[in-house]
Design a protein around this ligand. Structure first.
Ligand SMILES: Nc1ncnc2c1ncn2[C@@H]1O[C@H](COP(=O)(O)OP(=O)(O)OP(=O)(O)O)[C@@H](O)[C@H]1O
Length: 694
């Protein structure tokens, strides 16, 4: 269909999220009020609606009543807008025509939205081949001339109000589908969708209850624009004589009659012509104004982290690395393990004791850890590049977390920490996949399982807290709704029970006035409070494992310390294992029992926090500690680690850290280095590495 309509998606993308929140609605209302054209358009639409509703009262005559003594008259005292060739009152027909125009436009836009929005949601959310195939079909349908589609529908189904609405609705369906798909594509990358995924919500629930409410803004704007276009198309079809029959007063029909008798009564073209122009302009101006008002708002960005609080053995500054690291971004892979792992379809069989990692190191697999909440062995993640080559992002990582244990995963940006966590959660982004490994969660194998199975396990046993709580919570739902839904889904609680439990959870995480706060939206919480809410959500499932992914990086020092304290308290109370992903040595020092140091896709050292801080064995661990400005070592100039983490696909053949390591020899670069006795360094026994931070 050739009719194309554009809305500024990039600008619409963010602010429409606040649509339902009272303050955002107020902001939008204030902006609309400052646009005189939009206000005028709004009142015109209100006027048209009033005319349509009260047509029988307002019209001076029955629109089909003929006065054969007064044919084709111009404006007179009896007929203010004259009469047509049958002596029918033009004003009355114009008034009733308003009703037909609005009803047909409303019906067709509703039909188009009902068909197009779910289609766009499905394509945008599913992605992959569903999207590719579906989008091509949508493009083909959109390329068909709309008026021909409408004529074909009318020819097949006959002329009636419903047929007309369906015919026009089909023209706009693909417009809605394209818009919804585009916005969904960007929405599905948001953390609140990922949080819902981890909370184990069903795809249908996420699409319609989480994603859809965030699309309401652009859909309303699009509907307003389509409304005007629908009126124009309806008038066009009636003008051509293929719309409604002549007994039904329509503006297009009036225009058609007026053109026929233009020579006798030229005035007749003006009333329907002006009505069409004014109505179409009103809807277009209103849609544009609404778009501008909504897109004028900017969502609050996550707060910049300040410095770390005073931590054991450290002063109050953050690590050099963490101070400059960007916030993490996530995207959600819609692929299931079935389509994600074509060449490595299962975890290691029990009898396998040794593996070859993607980097070529022959590695002895650690024995499964009995009673561990999470036991990851030989986990590898690969990226399939568009050019067709496959590069490893994580290579042969082993990590176990016991009940009630907090284990840090520490490393510079790009080292693979998030990929590791996403692989555990089964949420790898598109084009990345688990290529090898075993992920035992509470004794259940998660590697290479279907998304359905993963959803059940995740929702019931794994909680996740992300860096930016305001992105991790849906902006259009109250926190109560977001807490209550997983409780009902996973715990089978009734609504009142779930509400009570939600109050308890908010109370437990330190949200004051929890009962009232249930009805508040995320933006009404401060960063620290929102993170507490996110923790409460993670706790809703009574998780055995909590993944805290940079959970305190966006918070100020005091709040950071409070949230860390809360996590530690909850660990004690719930006995859950915690995977604490961080750049921050201070966070590890304060909270973690053990930590794994990650570098360029590999875990290079694992140990107790005390051992790592006091007796680092890998040169990278040592260098990280030395580069920590919070270290107590009195130096004039802070040592830095020169160079940068090699990008995926550019890892050196031997030790990944060799080109930045002060101790590297030929032995380090000649062949891949396996993890032996918890350290990945060929010279570990020779080197006596000093702990810089104590
Ligand atoms: N969606 C993605 N698609 C492809 N490659 C990715 C994607 N996300 C990350 N990578 C790559 O995977 C590697 C590991 O990234 P990852 O995000 O896991 O690092 P990280 O240690 O968590 O870093 P940060 O602390 O900055 O989040 C990097 O080389 C990165 O470029």
């Amino acid at each position: 269909m050739t009719d194309t309509y554009t809305i500024n998606l990039t600008r619409v993308g963010k602010p429409q999220k606040g649509q339902k929140s009272p303050s955002s609605a107020r902001r939008i209302f204030d902006r609309v009020r400052r646009q005189p054209l939009t206000v005028a358009a709004f009142w015109t639409i209100v006027f048209l609606a009033v005319v349509a509703i009260f047509a029988p009262v307002l019209a001076p005559y029955d629109p089909n009543q003929s006065d054969y003594a007064d044919l084709l008259s111009g404006p007179t005292a009896a007929h203010w807008l004259g009469t047509n060739d049958l002596g029918q009152d033009e004003l009355s027909r114009l008034i009733f025509g308003t009703r037909v125009a609005l009803v047909v436009a409303l019906g067709s836009v509703v039909i188009a939205a009902l068909l197009g929005v779910p289609l766009g949601l499905l394509l945008g959310y599913r992605g992959g081949w569903t999207d590719r195939l579906g989008s091509r079909l949508v493009d083909v349908a959109q390329a068909l001339p709309g008026i021909l589609v409408a004529l074909a529908v009318i020819a097949i189904l006959g002329r009636s109000l419903w047929t007309l609405m369906l015919a026009i609705g089909l023209i706009f369906t693909m417009g809605f589908a394209r818009l919804t798909r585009a916005v969904t594509l960007s929405e599905r990358h948001k953390l609140y969708v990922e949080s819902a995924y981890v909370a184990g919500m069903k795809e249908r629930v996420i699409i319609f209850r989480q994603v859809l409410p965030n699309l309401i803004g652009p859909i309303i704007i699009q509907a307003a624009v389509f409304f005007g276009s629908a009126i124009m198309i309806e008038s066009g079809l009636s003008f051509l004589g293929v719309g409604l029959d002549r007994d039904t007063p329509t503006w297009g029909g009036m225009l058609s009659g007026a053109v026929e008798h233009q020579a006798q009564q030229p005035f007749l073209v003006f009333p329907p012509g002006i009505a069409i122009v004014i109505t179409v302009l009103a809807f277009n101006f209103f849609g544009d104004g609404l778009n501008d008002a909504i897109t004028g708002g900017v969502r609050k960005s996550p707060r910049k982290r300040l410095t770390t609080a005073e931590l054991p053995g450290m002063s109050n500054a953050p690590t050099a690395a963490s101070a400059t690291l960007p916030g993490q971004t996530y995207s959600m892979g819609a692929q299931s393990a079935d389509d994600a792992a074509p060449d490595a379809a299962s975890p290691f069989p029990q009898k396998v004791k040794e593996i070859e990692t993607p980097t070529g190191a022959t590695e002895v697999l650690p024995e499964p850890v009995p009673g561990a909440v999470l036991d990851v062995r030989g986990l590898s993640v690969a990226l399939e590049r568009p050019e067709g080559d496959v590069v490893p992002l994580v290579s042969g990582a082993h990590l176990a977390i016991g009940q009630g244990e907090i284990v840090g995963l520490l490393g510079e940006s790009g080292s693979g920490k998030s990929m590791f966590a996403k692989a555990v959660m089964g949420l790898l982004p598109p084009r990345t996949r688990l290529s090898a490994g075993s992920i035992l969660f509470d004794g259940t194998q998660l590697a290479f399982q279907s998304q359905t199975m993963l959803r059940t396990v995740r929702g019931a046993g794994i909680g996740v807290v992300f860096q930016d709580p305001l992105s991790a919570l849906s902006p259009v739902h109250t926190v109560g709704k977001q807490l209550i839904e997983p409780l009902r889904e996973h715990k089978g609680m009734s609504k009142p029970e779930a509400r009570e439990r939600a109050v308890e959870l908010l109370d437990r995480v330190g949200v004051t006035n929890p009962r009232e706060r249930l009805d508040h939206y995320p933006h009404q919480f401060s960063g620290g409070m929102a993170q507490r809410v996110a923790i409460a959500m993670a706790l809703a499932a009574d998780p055995k494992l909590l993944i805290a992914d940079e959970a305190t990086s966006a918070l100020d020092v005091t709040t950071q310390a409070q949230v860390l304290d809360l996590i530690m308290d909850l660990r004690d109370e719930y006995g859950m294992g915690v995977l604490m992903i961080t750049h921050d040595l201070g966070v590890v020092a304060e909270t973690c029992d053990r930590a794994a140091i990650m570098y360029a896709g590999e875990i290079v050292e694992v140990g107790t926090t005390t051992d790592l801080f006091h007796n680092p064995r890998h040169p990278y661990t040592s260098a990280l500690l030395a580069a920590n400005p919070a270290s107590e070592a009195q130096v004039d100039r802070l040592p830095t680690i020169s160079g940068r983490v090699p990008l995926a696909g550019e890892w050196p053949k031997g030790c990944h850290f060799a080109n930045r390591c002060a101790f590297a020899t030929d032995a380090c670069t000649s062949s891949p280095v396996p993890l032996v006795d918890s350290v990945r360094c060929v010279r570990v026994d020779e080197l006596t590495l000093e702990a810089v931070a104590r």
